[in-house]
Ligand binder design. Sequence first.
Ligand code: S3P
Length: 424
Amino acid sequence: MARKVRRVGGIVRPPGDKSISHRVVMLAALARGKSELSGLLTGDDVKSTARVLRQLGAKVGTIRVDAVVSVEGRRFTRPHFRLFCGNSGTTARLMLGILAGQKFAATLTGDASLRRRPMRRVTEPLRQMGAPIKESGDGLPLTIHGGKLRGLTYSSPVASAQVKSAILFAGLTGDVPVTIREPYRSRDHTERLFAHLGLGIHERNGAIVFEPPNRPTAIPPFQLSVPADISSAAFMIAAAVLAEDGELLVENVGVNPTRTGFLVVLERMGAHVERINLRDEGGEPVADLVVRPAGLRGTEVTAAEIPTLVDEVPVLAVLASRAVGETVFREVGELRVKESNRLELVASNLRTVGVRAEAQGNDLHIEGTVAAPRGRIETALDHRLTMAFAVLGTVRGADVKLSEKTSVAISYPNFFRDLKQCFE
Ligand code: S3P
């Protein structure tokens, strides 16, 4: 008897870009006047940023699906309580930069996962700028005393947009020049937004340079529409590639070249994602993406490519597990300090469902298979692990059980609805 073909179809619009959403809410809260933001991610991480900014005195409207959120910047005042950043590394690290330039002390903390994540990569350069920081180890909670800052020229040992952005925000709020070099170019949303708002940013000899245009720097209120997050779109794209027939349209996706490594690697593995209706939205390139099922082959993902797809490694690893031959991800040690130890958990969960996968030093090796994946996935409450393995669960014959499903609320609240809809 013929088995039903796994057919994908329809249109999906993933939620707003998480990185851009954090940044625009922060910049709007620092602006003098009323900004209007649409397309914001309604996930828990952006709500953490909004909550922290409200504690500092900004008026941030409720973040709801399809809402235009108005934000009124105010001079920040000392918070009465600790600033709780939930699960969000971007909130904690970028807010440290913003707080470095304020005239009061504030204590930041987060959930158990965030409290384990390294903060010294940010506190170290901020200290060099003159911000006293009290910490008891390389993590949260910590107390930062904002104040008068001095300029900084800094070579970051990690290619991290959060480190870079924290320093840029400290330069902005402290009205001091900063120059940053990074080993590989990380996502440049902060730079693009600074440029969009006329905030004195440019590139000089491969370094990112912020020079306060006037002192104190007045950030103008603005209106901006946030595109869909390519890191969330990646799960739908992966599900469509693994299907057996049909075509999926993924709408309004940010295709900033510092974020599209997933599409570049996918192309090398044998799946072409067509970009149509290319346009610009607040200084960011945006497109609709057309995806069709494809047979995949293994590839090598280089260290230089990792920052352009750092959040997509779990779902790319899942795709690699269905490819012909071996895939190697070079220099992915950073995955150990994401929302979970993604390097070990991707490998161990793949092994659980019958795939040969191993972390060797800082590299991740995966051998593709055609066998149906079966087993129980430990997500460790990590949204991207949950979604990556849910995608693996869509292949023929799969029986993939997830330890929980609620973590998707961090970055893609309607993930399971959208995934189901792609296959109807
Ligand atoms: C982000 C930067 C990346 C990424 C994270 C969001 C940002 O982290 O993994 O999800 O918005 O700047 P790192 O800066 O630690 O690489």
